[in-house]
Design a binder for this molecule. Structure first.
Ligand SMILES: [Cu+2]
Length: 421
């Protein structure tokens, strides 16, 4: 072997040894996003501290600057909402949120720190009385409980700091502190789920499932591996008040616990339990125990399905439950169809029926289908146009208040979102 050949062999061996470090340095030089604890995929991050399947597509703009990664997500709908029946109405409405996150590595061990805020202009574009949505309930306007309207989100939907620190080869801890944020209850909140990227309208059962996604004062601590996470939250359980521009901070009075499991890259499931001490401003003496279970599946970023069941057991009045199955199917980058089925119970009190019916429970169903066309070829900003229609089914007990057993509603809209990464 010549000296040149010998040297070349040595160089190849040395290069082999150096390759991992060299590759990492090169990636660093080209500004990769900071590493995540346990190498968790970024796509798993959903609203608050919740998880979704790793195969869920990420709709966002990302910048890297220094050791920081900045993400901006947006979903902005504007359109005409219509609801039939004696309790229906119609109006133009803007349904929207943007989310900005900055993530930074802490040390060399894979720990990271995330600052995140989520904002909505719905207080201006939906208005205090909300948009028409048949059988919807929850929160209030003018001191009166809202019914058949969806309340606006607050301006400051989230203002949060999250730290994740590996504590062993396969385990890490997480701490989330949020003046406005989401405690560990339920699946990812509806506006941030895969179907929520296409369907602007809120689920009728979200006050049984994930309505706590805007809570003013949340501390969550969790421990996780690559496949499961166990979390506990201590938080202010009071729902947002009618002033949608401020932070409704109160002393934490409520607790939640959640176990999330992602057994495969395409699946995520959770069970959670919460005690909301005094969620309703108009009924401060009533506490609610909430139990939820959900499972999500996303096939290759093209088909997403989520099922959730939530149950409220109040300290006064009957217990009620709400089930939901929703799905979105991306037929081609431009064409998406979606649907949602809800089966649930609400009380006469929820629906603001006459006092004699307050403690009576009414069954109801909602069947929604929709389509969105996205102009994906335009690049960095994806405008779209879409439609969603819902038919509800109600029983003889409720029909007199609606004048029909099958009230319907829907929305035609334009929509702007971030491109898929
Ligand atoms: Cu709500």
């Amino acid at each position: 072997m010549s000296i040149a050949q010998h040297l070349r062999t040595r160089l190849v061996v040395v290069a082999g040894w150096l390759a991992p470090a060299g590759a990492a340095a090169q990636v660093h030089h080209h500004q990769a996003a900071p590493p995540t604890p346990l190498d968790l995929p970024m796509a798993r991050d959903a609203s608050g501290t919740s998880w979704q399947p790793d195969t869920t597509p990420m709709f966002m703009w990302q910048w890297l600057a220094g050791d920081w990664a900045f993400n901006l997500h947006a979903n902005v709908y504007a359109g005409f909402v219509d609801a039939s029946s004696d309790r229906g109405a119609h109006r133009f409405a803007g349904i929207n949120w943007v989310m900005f996150a900055a993530r930074h590595a802490m040390g060399d061990g894979g720990a990271d720190l995330t600052l995140r805020t989520m904002l909505s202009l719905e207080p201006l574009t939906v208005g205090a009385a909300g948009y028409p949505l048949l059988l919807q309930t929850g929160e209030s306007a003018g001191g009166v409980p809202l019914h058949d309207r969806q309340h606006p989100h607050d301006l400051l939907m989230e203002l949060a700091v999250r730290a994740r620190v590996p504590v062993a080869d396969a385990a890490a801890v997480e701490l989330y502190v949020a003046p406005s944020g989401e405690p560990a209850i339920g699946p990812p909140a509806f506006p941030h789920r895969f179907v929520g990227m296409f369907d602007p309208l809120a689920p009728l059962g979200h006050h049984w499932q994930d309505s706590t996604h805007i809570s003013f004062g949340v501390v969550t601590a969790g421990v996780f591996t690559r496949r499961w996470k166990l979390e506990g939250s201590w938080f202010n359980g009071r729902e947002p008040d009618e002033d949608r521009f401020d932070l409704d901070l109160r002393a934490p009075d409520s607790f939640a616990a959640r176990l999330t499991v992602n057994p495969t890259d395409a699946t995520s499931a959770q069970v959670s339990w919460a005690r909301l001490d005094s969620p309703e401003q108009l009924e401060p003496a009533v506490a609610i125990r909430r139990t939820t279970a959900s499972a999500a599946w996303n096939h290759a970023g093209e088909l997403g399905v989520l099922a959730v069941y939530g149950r409220n057991d109040p300290s006064a009045g009957p217990s009620t439950g709400a089930g939901l199955v929703e799905a979105a199917l991306v037929l081609a980058p431009e064409h998406t169809v979606f649907g949602r089925v809800e089966l649930l119970e609400k009380t006469g009190h929820d629906l603001a029926l006459p006092a004699a019916l307050a403690d009576r429970t009414f069954g109801m169903a909602g069947f929604s289908a929709g389509y969105v066309y996205d102009a994906v070829r335009l690049g960095d900003l994806v405008p779209g146009i879409g439609i969603v229609a819902t038919v509800n089914a109600i029983g003889d007990g409720l029909a007199p208040f609606y004048g029909t057993r099958a009230p319907w509603g829907g929305m035609v809209f334009v929509r702007i979102r971030a491109p898929e990464m």
